[in-house]
Design a protein around this ligand. Structure first.
Ligand code: VAH
Length: 318
């Protein structure tokens, strides 16, 4: 069975459903620190789990005979910058507990890293798979430490750990929880709800992005790859596009011609964004395990607006 922590988060909310489609509803145990609201339509096992509680984590792994742990529970970049100590505690003790459980019960292991694992003196264009990583945010420090911990558990204990350095993820099912790239998700929602959006990230600030369906497929493809294909493990650069706010607005305008984009830059999140790469190079992931994406900015925008239109319309009529 598969254990998913942070199952009610932006990735978890969709990953649980996809895993249950592929492996069977009873094979995926969804966990989070809070109970699912009525919105979580997933059927299948759910358990309350605070990932900082090792006892609780071990109990669930043992009870359900877990053989794969997908550890998603974490504090994202902007929230982590506002509460760095709380972020360190949750991000690092949660990860360590999950790795210890994987070691004790011989589980396969996945946790996301991020483009946030790079810092201001990392090459900004086509950032290589192997390069300097001196992030200046608590989130980035957590991600680099996480990558090193995962490699350590593989090297020292033989735990099959794997990871992906995710770009900003765009999705319409669950909102991201306090990230820096969230502006792009908000822009789609507000394009429909208000016809205008004030971006907290400045014009011309490039960041890597990916549509959630591609992110979910990348997790499954990586986890199913033969271990001996993996030279890099923790964690692979993956991306689908590098965009700045104007690029997203221009494609939205193809569907909503009257859409207007303004700027209300948030210095803290702008500083985080500027410390990250403009575009990362994903050739290693393509070469080692066949990473690929289906969605580009045009097709992602078309799907996002269509799905949001229908959902927001329903809430209007409901
Ligand atoms: C964040 N969405 O903004 C996350 C992600 C690359 C961005 O790590 O913090």
């Amino acid at each position: 069975r598969i254990l998913v922590t942070g199952a009610l988060g932006q990735i978890g909310s969709e990953l649980v459903g996809k895993l249950r489609d592929v492996y069977g509803e009873t094979q995926v145990v969804a966990t989070d620190i809070r109970k699912p609201g009525t919105t979580v339509t997933e059927s299948g096992p759910f358990e309350l789990l605070d990932v900082t509680d090792a006892k609780q984590m071990f109990a669930i792994v043992q009870t359900y005979k877990i053989d794969t742990i997908l550890h998603l529970a974490a504090v994202l970049s902007a929230k982590a910058e506002a509460q760095p100590l709380a972020a360190w505690n949750l991000n690092m003790s949660g990860l360590l507990n999950a790795l210890e459980a994987a070691r004790a019960y011989q589980c396969k292991f996945f946790t996301p890293s991020s483009i946030g694992a790079f810092g201001p003196n990392t090459p900004k264009e086509q950032t290589p798979q192997d390069t300097i990583q001196r992030p200046t945010t608590m989130y980035g420090i957590n991600k680099v430490a996480g990558e090193l911990l995962c490699d350590y558990y593989c090297l020292k204990y033989g735990v099959d750990t794997r990871g992906l350095r995710f770009p900003g993820l765009i999705s319409h099912v669950a909102l991201p929880g306090g990230g820096t790239t969230d502006y792009a998700v908000e822009m789609y929602y507000e394009a429909i709800q208000k016809g205008t959006y004030a971006s907290y990230i400045a014009k011309g600030t490039y960041l890597d992005m990916m549509y959630m369906p591609d992110a979910l497929q990348a997790i499954l493809t990586l986890m199913e790859a033969d271990a001996d294909q993996l030279q890099h493990r923790n964690a692979y650069n993956v991306t689908a596009m590098s965009v700045q706010p104007e690029d997203v607005a221009a494609v939205i305008r193809k569907h909503i011609p009257s859409f207007t984009l303004e700027y209300r830059v948030d210095p803290m999140r702008q500083a985080i964004a500027e410390s990250w790469p403009n575009s990362i190079d994903a050739t290693t992931a393509k070469r080692e395990w066949g990473f690929k994406t289906e969605y580009d900015l045009q097709t992602m925008t078309q799907d996002m607006l269509a799905k949001l239109q229908c959902r927001l319309q329903n809430t209007k009529t409901a």
